[in-house]
Design a protein. Structure first.
Length: 122
């Protein structure tokens, strides 16, 4: 497993963690303390705010999980990957996109720039 694959694995573990404590723990394992997260719907920094964005997504899409689609591609300290938001009940996927991550020296994520390719109601 590459450093990029491992970072993406921890990223999805954070997005798929359930409950405030589990989300906080997974975020601290995946992201640096001052990490920034930006997508069309959010622009935040720090563990608490990133955890809040994740909890908000869980509230909006209960019973769904984020799933890697394809492979992780990276060079230097930057990686990109695509994802789908998938229903645990029936496998439907109302949203999908791709994210670009920048890694810190310790392999945790210091920045995420996310793009939404497919959103509900669009």
């Amino acid at each position: 497993m590459t450093t990029y694959d491992f970072a993406a694995e921890r990223y999805f573990a954070a997005w798929n963690a359930e409950g405030d404590e589990a989300i906080a723990k997974a975020v601290s394992e995946a992201f640096t303390e001052e990490a920034a997260y930006t997508d069309p719907l959010a622009d935040v920094a720090g563990h608490e705010n990133i955890a809040g964005v994740i909890a908000g997504a869980h509230g909006q899409f209960p019973g769904y999980m984020f799933q890697l689609t394809g492979s992780v591609d990276g060079h230097h300290r930057v990686a990109r990957f695509s994802w789908d938001l998938v229903s645990r009940a029936d496998g439907s996927s109302p949203a999908g996109g791709f994210d670009v991550i920048t890694l810190a020296e310790d392999g945790r994520i210091s920045r995420v720039t996310g793009f939404l390719d497919r959103v509900p109601g669009a």
